[in-house]
Design a protein around this ligand. Structure first.
Ligand code: HXC
Length: 262
């Protein structure tokens, strides 16, 4: 249900494709288990620098599998923790770009919200329709939407279950760029290439959890003053790396930097 393809100009981009087309990539237990395993494999393989997560032209993912969930009782989701590993994506330290064509609903939108950058095809549809099936978002939707946008938009999405277009999603700040359906993945891979050119160590400092802190992600998880402290600390820590010295030296010498990841 998950396809992993190596791509990019330097063959260091992992293209991860949700592949359950008959159910519009509905997120069933097996698909999410495979997704978690694939993401962890990429995380620990140094030959991959950036991840592009996508679906097919009709659906990124139409949410958690409602037919599978319909059979569950409270004890299954609470005691047996049915949704274990569903948030692996949010713990990956390599940059993740979502390339969203078609439906990204419920858990599909929530996967996109976990990614670092969201590119959308012009046919993309986002939303949190859980309310219409008698439940609420469970993969971060009620928490991440207010941080991305504002309380009013988050409430509108989660209370009414309204669906929004790629353009609306761009206006509210979820999506950074919109492309044609066909251009979406090539453009996401070009972006991944631009990220992959930089020092992996410094990329990680921007994105990920060094010293259990983070830089951009801290903006969503802490107060402004704590976030500014984290940023300053991580900025200073780049001066302990060879890649910071190499980057600045190469600029002054008008040459391309040679990253050593140290
Ligand atoms: C299971 C699904 C599904 C889903 C689609 N399918 N979405 N199966 N779970 N979430 C299946 C349909 O049953 C159908 O199977 C096939 O995919 C094609 O779907 P259609 O409905 O025929 O397609 P269409 O008419 O184009 O409508 C597309 C759609 C609609 C608008 C996306 O399928 C829809 O509303 N889906 C549900 C969206 C949703 O409510 N998502 C939130 C889920 S809750 P058959 O066998 O009939 O061909 C959630 C909680 C996350 O995500 C929290 C986790 C912790």
């Amino acid at each position: 249900m998950i396809t992993l393809t190596r791509t990019g100009a330097q063959e260091n981009v992992a293209l991860v494709t949700l592949n359950r087309p008959n159910a519009l990539n509905a997120l069933c237990r097996q698909l999410m288990q495979e997704l978690s395993e694939t993401l962890l494999k990429i995380e620990y393989d140094e030959s991959y620098r950036v991840i592009v997560l996508t679906g097919n032209e009709k659906a990124f993912a139409a949410g958690a599998d409602i037919k599978e969930m319909a059979k569950l009782e409270f004890k299954d989701v609470f005691q047996n923790d049915f949704f274990t590993n569903w948030d692996t994506l949010s713990h990956i330290t390599k940059p993740v770009i979502a390339a969203v064509n078609g439906f990204a609903l419920g858990g599909g939108t929530e996967l996109a919200l976990m990614c670092d950058i969201v590119y959308a095809g012009e046919n993309a549809v986002f939303g949190q329709p859980e309310i219409s099936i008698g439940t609420i978002p469970g993969l971060g939707g009620t928490q991440r939407w207010p941080r991305f946008t504002n309380k009013s938009i988050a409430m509108e999405l989660c209370l009414a279950g309204d669906k929004i277009s790629a353009q609306d999603a761009k206006e509210v700040g979820l999506v950074s760029k919109i492309f044609t359906v066909q251009q979406l993945i090539p453009e996401a891979v070009l972006l991944a290439d631009r990220i992959a050119k930089n020092s992996p160590l410094i990329v990680k400092t921007v994105k990920a959890r060094l010293c259990r802190g983070s830089s951009i992600n801290a903006a969503y998880e802490t107060s402004l003053s704590q976030g500014l402290q984290t940023e300053k600390h991580l900025f200073q820590s780049t001066f302990a790396t060879n890649d910071r010295l190499e980057g600045m030296t190469a600029f002054a010498e008008k040459r391309a930097p040679k990253w050593t990841n140290q």
